[in-house]
Design a protein around this ligand. Structure first.
Ligand code: PLP
Length: 385
């Protein structure tokens, strides 16, 4: 079994990083649930010494996701936040980072409440406007940290344009690609240096594990991340690694359905008289619709919409039957949530207002159910508004 060099995405999903296991021929990489490895003699081992440092199941997943993103190496961590923490370890005291202003709430919390204590600086800008990124870069800027589409306002950053700007000023570009998945968008091919994922979302795809991964391209970053993964130790366990590896096998099947269902629900909501506004890059009135068409393959399964008040949002959230009221996203089942009080509860009120995360905003992670059932569920919940 050999993966051709020009293998296409759907083939890479299934085969990259995975060889039949040599002892038995098992086609699926086993869960190597072990803390240590017996050595043949003093100073003589098979390349495996200790479970934090090396694990074959984790290594298979890392190679798989690195291939999916077109990167050179992957590093799997205990959560998406641990992966972002590993990226942050590339910084030194005094360094500055430019960040997407409506970034994931947990990322904002890590940067503002934890990392600022270590004399690191962060500036938040609307990264859908390349000129704002350019204006925010300082001589001390080491990283530009992009999220596109953003959560929950679904703004799109021009990754290639931002990469040009950042590289001209010797800064690295990191893209949190969690919302899109590598099926929809591959930031490294557009010029990004590092990609992070919360594998908890589309890569796992089945809402049954927490994890994160960093994919890197540069030799220096790869060497440092390998060192930090072992030195700080926030590794993904073998069972969680196996679950994500099982998830990526069907990524190329799941994503077209997330894309189709996302677009269909966005269009349905855009026509609904009780909905004030829909935020989805696949709608022609989205401010970066043309960019999204160029940069993305489909528009993903995430959307949000404005109902005008907390009461209206509550009516929908309390009356959906098929959709589950829950945080998180990217699983096969449809989840609905209230960003202001759930996923973005840790963002200060004034900041939420500025970003448009109002009390009437509802977010949906559109799953892969039959879309007619999803439409009917929303219809009957909206009738309660
Ligand atoms: C969920 C998420 C994270 C954090 O990942 P965890 O696995 O929950 O730690 C980071 N970024 C984005 C965009 C996310 O959706």
């Amino acid at each position: 079994m050999k993966l051709p060099n020009d293998a296409r995405f759907g083939t890479i999903c299934i085969h990259a990083g995975q060889e039949p296991e040599p002892a038995t021929g098992a086609i699926i990489p086993p869960i190597f649930q072990t803390s240590t490895y017996v050595q043949d003699a003093l100073g003589k081992h098979k390349g495996y010494e200790y479970g934090r440092t090396q694990n074959p199941t984790r290594a298979a997943l890392e190679a798989n996701i690195a291939a999916l993103e077109g990167g050179r190496a992957g590093f799997a961590f205990a959560s998406g936040m641990a992966a972002i923490g590993a990226i942050a370890s590339l910084l030194q005291a005094g360094d500055h980072t430019v960040v997407t202003d409506n970034t994931y709430g947990g990322t904002y919390r890590l940067f503002e409440r934890v990392l600022r204590r270590y004399n690191l600086e962060f500036t938040y800008v609307d990264t859908s406007k390349a000129a704002e990124v350019e204006a925010a870069i300082r001589p001390t800027t080491r990283l530009v940290f992009l999220e596109t589409p953003t959560n929950p306002m679904m703004q799109i950053a021009d990754i290639a344009r931002v990469a040009e700007i950042a590289h001209a000023r010797a800064a690295l570009v990191v893209v949190d690609n969690t919302f899109a998945s590598p099926f929809v968008q591959q930031p490294i091919r557009l010029g990004a240096d590092l990609v992070i994922h919360s594998t908890t979302k589309y890569l796992n795809g089945h809402s049954d594990g927490i994890g994160g991964v960093v994919v890197a391209t540069g030799e220096k970053e790869i060497e440092w991340l390998r060192f930090v993964q072992n030195a700080a130790g926030a590794i993904l366990g073998p069972f969680e690694s196996w679950l994500v590896l099982r998830g990526t096998k069907t990524l190329a099947l799941r994503m077209p359905q997330h894309n189709a269902n996302g677009l269909a629900l966005a269009q349905c909501l855009a026509r609904h008289p009780k909905v004030h506004k829909v935020f989805y890059p696949g709608l022609p009135d989205h401010p970066q619709h043309e960019l999204a068409r160029r940069q993305m393959r489909g528009f993903g399964g995430m959307l949000s919409f404005e109902l005008g008040s907390l009461e209206a949002a509550r009516a929908v959230l309390d009356h959906v039957r098929l959709m589950a009221l829950a945080e998180s996203l990217g699983g096969v089942e449809t989840l609905i949530c209230h960003p202001a009080t759930m996923t973005h509860a840790s963002v200060p009120d004034e900041r939420k207002r500025r970003l448009g995360i109002s009390d009437g905003l509802v977010r949906i992670s559109v799953g892969v159910e039959d879309v007619e059932d999803l439409k009917a569920d929303l219809e009957q919940a909206l009738a309660r508004v």
